[in-house]
Write a protein that binds this ligand. Structure first.
Ligand SMILES: Nc1ncnc2c1ncn2[C@@H]1O[C@H](COP(=O)(O)OP(=O)(O)OP(=O)(O)O)[C@@H](O)[C@H]1O
Ligand SMILES: [Mg+2]
Length: 296
């Protein structure tokens, strides 16, 4: 497996020159996208084609929602980007993934993280027997000096004050929402430019979802770019400026968050049930609506 060397990352920094590229919808006025996937395919166990040509972009400091039903390929997309896919016996079998202008597919996760990209996986994997602060320190293991570690810890406590209050608590006894904030805090110890985050709202009470998203809003305001996978479409489209809807390993719809919020197909699919009371596929909803228009 290749490694993104520090010099290659330095090269990426130098190549972050403002200026127009073929500005796609998620590309800010500043120029090149921070993250760009082009026709990405992923194979699991050399037989299951889970992604069938996914293209998406995240602008520097932008916030993108990746939506879709169970099994659509959302987590696979994040794992392909961070490289974690390799530990799931998967691989990027086609297309390209570029972060800060450099290809990263096939690179080790640790080197991708050093380059400024972190992946907060689904399931709030805290180290349960350690304190909150010890969990954070593990996220900052790359700092050679204590002063740097302290600065990063202070940064996390500033961004997520709740963690400062909980610093001596055992992580395993925190509530689900507090654990979600802890894994976010641990990820930002690495001082990333982009955070991939998988289902942060899953299983949380509405008040906790609000609190977690308030943290994400704050990090966004500090310039962190976010790629958020969510089944809670409402909260995701509130924070995002752009969204993609996935189904069957493909992007089936994309648009500005406000457009998606207003899109009747999205509303019908995500907010609702069909007439028989079951959830249809997004495509079926589109066809159904089209048929309705034709007949009506
Ligand atoms: N390790 C694996 N080996 C084989 N197939 C896998 C593996 N992980 C996921 N898949 C398959 O890839 C497809 C996409 O899965 P993925 O987990 O990316 O979906 P998702 O959109 O994140 O769904 P959910 O909302 O349920 O988390 C599914 O058909 C799934 O069964
Ligand atoms: Mg998933």
């Amino acid at each position: 497996m290749a490694d993104v060397s520090e010099s290659a990352v330095g090269e990426a920094r130098r190549s972050e020159t403002p200026g127009a590229t073929g500005a796609g919808p998620a590309v800010g006025a500043a120029g090149a996208p921070l993250l760009a996937l082009l026709n990405v395919e992923v194979l699991y166990a050399e037989v299951i084609l889970a992604l069938k040509g996914v293209s998406l972009q995240v602008a520097p400091g932008g916030c993108v929602a990746l939506l879709g039903a169970n099994g659509a390929g959302k987590s696979t997309t994040l794992k392909a980007i961070s490289g974690v896919i390799e530990s799931d016996d998967g691989r990027v079998s086609g297309g390209s993934i570029a972060f800060r202008g450099l290809p990263i597919h096939g690179h080790e996760t640790a080197s991708v993280v050093r380059g400024g990209l972190v992946h907060v996986m689904e399931g709030r994997r805290v180290l349960p027997h350690m304190t909150v602060e010890q969990n954070l320190i593990i996220g900052g293991h790359m700092f050679p000096r204590a002063a740097q570690m302290r600065r990063a810890l202070d940064g996390v406590y500033h961004a997520i004050p709740r963690l400062a209050d909980l610093r001596t608590r055992t992580a395993g006894y925190l509530s689900g929402g507090e654990q979600q904030m802890l894994v976010i805090g641990r990820a930002i110890m690495a001082e990333p430019k982009l955070m991939l985050i998988d289902e942060p709202s899953l299983g949380l009470a509405p008040r906790m979802i609000e609190e977690v998203f308030a943290v994400l809003h704050r990090l966004r305001a500090q310039g962190l770019a976010l790629l958020i996978v969510e089944q809670n479409t409402r909260v995701a489209l509130e924070i995002a400026d752009y969204g993609y809807v996935m189904e069957g390993g493909r992007i089936v719809l994309e648009g500005r968050a406000d457009e998606l919020r207003a899109n009747e197909d999205v509303r019908e699919f995500y907010l609702g049930l069909d007439r028989e009371g079951g959830r249809k596929s997004f495509r079926e909803v589109k066809h159904y609506r089209r048929r309705k228009r034709w007949l009506g």
